[in-house]
Design a protein around this ligand. Sequence first.
Ligand code: GLN
Length: 497
Amino acid sequence: MADLTRLTAAQTAERIANGEVTAVEVAEAHLARIDAVDEKVHAFLHVDRERALAQAREVDEKRARGERLGPLAGVPVAVKDLFTTEGVPTTVGSKILEGWIPPYDATVVRKLKEAGLVILGKTNMDEFAMGSSTENSAYGPSGNPWDLTRIPGGSGGGSSAAISAYEAPLAIGTDTGGSIRQPAAVTGTVGVKPTYGGVSRYGMVAFSSSLDQAGPCARTVLDAALLHAVIAGHDELDSTSIDQPVPDVVTAARNGDVAGLRVGVVKEFRGEGYQAGVLQRVDETVELLRELGAEAAEVSCPSFTKALAAYYLIAPSECSSNLARFDAMRYGLRVGDDGTHSAEEVTALTREEGFGDEVKRRVMLGTYALSSGYYDAYYGSAQKVRTLITRDFERAFGEVDVLVSPTTPTTAFPIGERADDPMAMYLADLCTIPSNLAGNAAMSVPCGLAGEDGLPVGLQIIAPAMADDRLYRVGAALEAAHQARWGHPLLEEAPSL
Ligand code: GLN
């Protein structure tokens, strides 16, 4: 039998539905792959063998009874360790939640289970989703399967590493400033940040509530759409969840087409700091869009140059408030509880030991930006920039159907290169942040390899809020054209481990 870990999620689901393979066989193949490679990749913080096999057995039993199965029933999925999972550890990549076992499932996790997906385990991430490389994880970095000495992106690097190493066909990520799209770009995979409010945040450990958004990670555009359709939709438990029908992303992904599409190439996202090879692949892809029948022209969004600065005031401000709940009294770690310390001292000692440097840096920055003397100068100004960015998008989407840009300025950088330079690390999200600030939908789709080492490059596609289907229509057209051009899917290029 062909290696089950090499199939797409759509192919796997079809074979399970046809009875060609069982969900248990599929789960076992992926668990064996994890056993074989995860010591090197370190995509997972927790592998849940027993539960995964039990979930797979349940799907097989349902099928045997003739019950109708969902379109991804029996397909394995890896979940970023930021979603609460009942009875399964959830650390958010932090020491402060070490040993915490949540008593409930996040809405996304509940939906995965109800749809019959098989949760293999929880993936590595930068602590509290703050970072672009997984180097801020309290449990050590993950490696990029294309080159294990390089970063797999962040914060959701465990999820992107797991799918590009064939440890899982699907994964769930979260994107506050780029943490689904940038990892997708540097691992040659597909990642989508849905419209803000499109996927429930209930049960996601909050970093920056007005920016955080869960979304799908996959090796193909169709697989991402199938997963998107499972996790999206209104949720009464999340007050920011949108009560409208989910855009039909699956039909869009099955009907890739860009004829007559108006594409805007963001003028501000090129120049200094962008790797030449990355810009070359992006330019070629814009040319390819033209060949496929799209009209493409440069569009200027001047406020985007201020997005990074605004983000690094708004995100830390919200995190300084959200992380106040980690007080040593409620969850996880407690340090100094030996009868000699006051409650306040226990809180302080626990935070000192439980939070890493980047988290502490952001809590301090956010507290400062929100303090009464500086509120207008920092937080207030950042919110004004946020409005200007939203207006730039509105103007642009008056002229074009989608915007495109590089997902990230460079290919995967070496582990360690930016670890001690927060500013250099922040630049990885230069092109992805505007969509979080405005709340619209964006995708990263592979668009070739660059540099001497031939590392993956991602093209970012951005669509207006609640037009997520457009991303999939364009992404699928590009994926098919790239495959036709190169004679094979890009993802088959990933070196074996
Ligand atoms: N790299 C960005 C940050 O560190 C984005 C993180 C994210 O999207 N979770 O804040």
